[in-house]
Design a protein around this ligand. Sequence first.
Ligand code: XMP
Length: 604
Amino acid sequence: MKQHQRIAVVDFGGQYAHLIATKVRRQRVLAEIRQPEDPIEAFEGFDGVILSGSPALASHGEDGDWNKGILDLPVPVLGFCFGHQEIAKHYGGEVVHGGREWGAAQMELTRGDHPLFAGLGPTEQVWMSHFDSVTAVGPDFEELGHTASGEGGTAHRFAAIGSDKLRRYGFQYHAEVDGTTNGETMIRNFVVGICGCEPTWDMDAYIDREVERIRAHVGERSVFLLASGGVDSTVAAKLLRMALPPERLRLLHVDNGLMRKDESAGVLEMFNDLGLGDVLEFVDASDDFIGALDGLTEPEAKRRAIGDTFIAVFEREARRLGIEGHLLGQGTIYPDTIETGGTKRAHTIKTHHNRVPIIEQMISEGRVVEPLAELYKVEVRELGKRLGIPHDALWRHPFPGPGLGVRLLCSGGTDEAPAVQAEMDAITDGTALTAQALPVKSVGVKADLRCYEHPVLLTGDAPWDDAIDVTRRLLQHVPQVNRCIWNLSTTAPTALGSRAATMTRDRLDLLREADHLVMEGLVRHGIYGDIWQCPTAMIPLAMEGGDEFVVLRPVHSARAMIAFPAELPKALLDELAVQIGALDGVGCVAIDLTSKPPGTIEWE
Ligand code: XMP
């Protein structure tokens, strides 16, 4: 097989670390993740190294015991954020706690002629997210760019530093996120310009490598793949089919009772159309899942119950079909791992169904095959296209393994709304909107950490941009809230209170109907493909006129690591307010205006 030049990305555990690898691969250069304590042999054969950001503080020496031998490697090294600060420190510079900057900043290039900045203008928008900063550089280093933003306003800050003699460089900003407008050019300048990598890698190279890896891993055994029919498992199925002879691959589609309306019938048809019908098995296990969820209200407990039940059903079906000893196949993609805290330093935001402890155990025993585990959804779709999967199957909205299970909120009925009315009123004052905090919680992510806090309901007739602006300010300034939703009716719900509710078939059926109306509406208005994903969540809240509160969550995203609320046409929102509002038991319908962070895409 052809050898490609490679970059090692050292994962210090920031939520965006893996994005760096993706952005390098987009330059057609292979990138692989390494851990900071890996032995130096693990870095053999690489042509350059990038050190990621981290939730740790370099100023306090946190996470400072990584393998510094990496900095003795005879190849160029570039650090982002924490990595930048560690490089500055190592070579005699100074890092202090302070000088924080958040969000977009303007970087003036001190050395606009430097090869790292080839093709860029004198000022570049960069994305900052740091508490610590570099205040002095060592003797061999120079400033390559600076900002004047951030706390205190006045100080001049090192935004980019470097030593051409040592071939060591640092960016205080995150070149890997889209908020750094020309971040990809900077990454290309490093990997191609400074490290000298030839851009030879592409998805075909990935397919070749994965096929080899699958064959080596599976050996004489066979694979039994959990196939939900979503983009990931469908692409994984095609790839496994390519790597293995037909008698060594079986697919299992499980109806877990948490699927969309008529979903399983559609999935079976799709696998037949893809020529995989001969290896497909189907089981209706909705009783198992609904039974396992009975009485649970806490999101992580629900997620674990769903993940465990998948394995119990998988093993039972394997026995029934007489195919024990097979490897478990899954279409796991990278965000499933990172959000579960699956890299050593990352915090658990939520446990994805394919990362529950029993599966982690099977992985450590080498009993799981996951050919997409390094990829993001955009890359999976590109791979699927190369494997001949039709556009419509590839561009279905992502649907999580736990399905409606994480969209149907349950409650012990004891939640109280936080006492933040005065703070909220100070922000809505002078706008057409009123705000009320709700007595329920949902999962979010703040500064790389999980949060479980309250949504705020906005009511009032206002332009979309005003509602987005109020949302941004509320989420920035009001404590104990991580989400903002906007009432589709101009009348605020009355007699609002928390209500005990669990996962029942009736509630699931009601959510399924609401979700179906939303999906139909997106298609009817010709905007299904413009939106990355549109979950519909249902919350048990007692109010006048109904016991369920329905929330639409349309988002734009590329990799699900960050997301922005998607504006839906007013006509569609009006139709959905009427249609969903008419379902028996629905008391209020709203649209979620929260970006990720601080809200996650799913409510649980
Ligand atoms: P969050 O809610 O973390 O979701 O912003 C990010 C993306 O991941 C999907 N998701 C899951 N997918 N198993 C999956 O296969 C899961 O357990 C799971 N949880 C969330 C979610 O739908 C979104 O696309």
